[in-house]
Design a binder for this molecule. Sequence first.
Ligand code: F6R
Length: 613
Amino acid sequence: MCGIVGYVGKEDATPILLHGLEKLEYRGYDSAGIAVRNHGDDPLIVKAEGKLTNLIEKVSGMTFTGTAGLGHSRWSTHGKSNETNAHPHCSDDHNVIGVHNGIIENYQELKDKLLRKKYTFYSETDTEVIIKLIDYYYKKYKIGPVDAINKALVRARGSYALGLMFKDYPDQVWFAKKGSPLIIAKGKDACYLASDVPAILKQTNKVYYVDDYEIGYIKEDEVRFFDLNGDDITNKKELVTIDWKADATDLGKYQYYMEKEIDEQPEAIKRTIDAYVDEEGFIKFPELGITKEYLNSLEEIYIFACGSAYHAGVVAEYLIEDLANVNVRCELASEFKYRNYKMNPRSLAIVISQSGETKDTYEAMMKAKANGIKTLAICNVKGSTITRDADFNCYTYAGPEIAVATTKAYSCQLAVLYLFTLFLARTKYALERDKYYELVNEVKALPEKVKETIKCKRQVQKLSSRFTEKTNVFFIGRGIDYAICMEGSLKLKEITYINSNAYAAGELKHGTISLIQHGVAIIAIATQPDLIEKTVSNMVEVKSRDGSVVALTTKDTEVEDSSKYQIYVPKVNPLFAASLAIIPIQQLAYYVSLNKGLNPDKPRNLAKSVTVE
Ligand code: F6R
């Protein structure tokens, strides 16, 4: 939700800021802007409504240079997506200029205070208020940026990652953070700030993670951190090396990241599996730090996540109960926080998140911690907020994911969940040795099978034309197939805007079947041999009401009579079928989006990392 970048160095800031914003555009694309300053000169602020290309076009007609600056890509919270509300925002005399990611909840109260002090406002944003509040304290106490920022932020409720420039400190960019992600990066003769690593990966892979309530500045050759008391805490901060490759966020031969990331799945899944399975086929979680005694004592497991990560959790719910003999509750993080559920003290809470920044997931995790429950984060971004507060971490090695709709990160989450389940099942002696090795080998075979599945691209592309004009699509399945339906349905609706719904196939006759009539499209997922007969019966019920059924199943399963179209994925142990069955649906969603002339990477109203409630 909103991307911020900052730069101080020897080079011209504008192309560096624009490159950073391009890499962060997945965080928001309602409007964008930059502020650039050349030493003591007046700063130049350029903003444009809509996608970043509009800003790039505007800037290309201008001649200015500057070696320090800030940039912002907006996902609107307060006020319309227009140029006035776009960031950077500034005090009237340009004394303080800033960009902000987050929400200042009591902005109206702060605004009223400033109005009484004769400040005026040009935008509807909470950001303009916080910038002007910093300006107010800066001028009132004349004690420099650390104290001015501190005085303003102790009065602000909500979340923020702020990038700031002060007129009196022309060669510095300041920052502050609470609740919204922020990193500082150190390169050669330059320092950067950014919401996320992809923004700086081309320049450097050396970063500091900014913690909540920290303030600081970057200069060409210096980074300083201060705490709330104004004490210099730079010595306590660790410079971390990121292991993502510099070209990992390049599009290469692809037109869109989503197709690239779908195709990268075999490699990403393999990287993730290889991180946890040794040559003898033994699963190890070196960074996990959970003891066998603790795992053996578990009576219940909670899984908290949102969106696709939640859908990966639903797959794990079936798996863990089946193999490890532990009861599991997979809960939507955004709802769990409002429940008065009495958590079992002999339990583990697993949180799943690609970004590690999803606020709802973070809060569900903190609620579990407050109940004395240990937490395990399955996360793709090392150093992210969730990983820093979780008791244990297990990383997915999907690499940076740029398309808003997740594909490779979801697949890697499944891989880690499979391995964790097998690890747990073996630790609890719920799984015989031979069966354990057989299942580990099945997991190790997944990257090749996913690669094979990806080859159905052209068939799916052809089929996609049948969906372009549809307004309603239903996904039906049972057991793990139902979990796949949930993810498939989300994928289709979020990037094609078709109203798609996932139903447990057994639920159809309890109401939804009244919607089935001529032309309605149904995708029936049938990869679970034990449940196939029942799902096929549901397909026949739908077909006899003139619905158009696409069957998605494994090779050699007989579904021709009960469906109009068929998609087959390679044979696989049904426990791991989600990893294959999701691929054609990702591809279908991608091609339908293209057929409709949409940009699959940037669906309307969405942002990749949801750091607000
Ligand atoms: C859908 C999608 C979202 C995310 C959800 C959680 O394609 O990407 O539903 O899965 O917003 O995000 P993370 O995994 O970053 O916590």
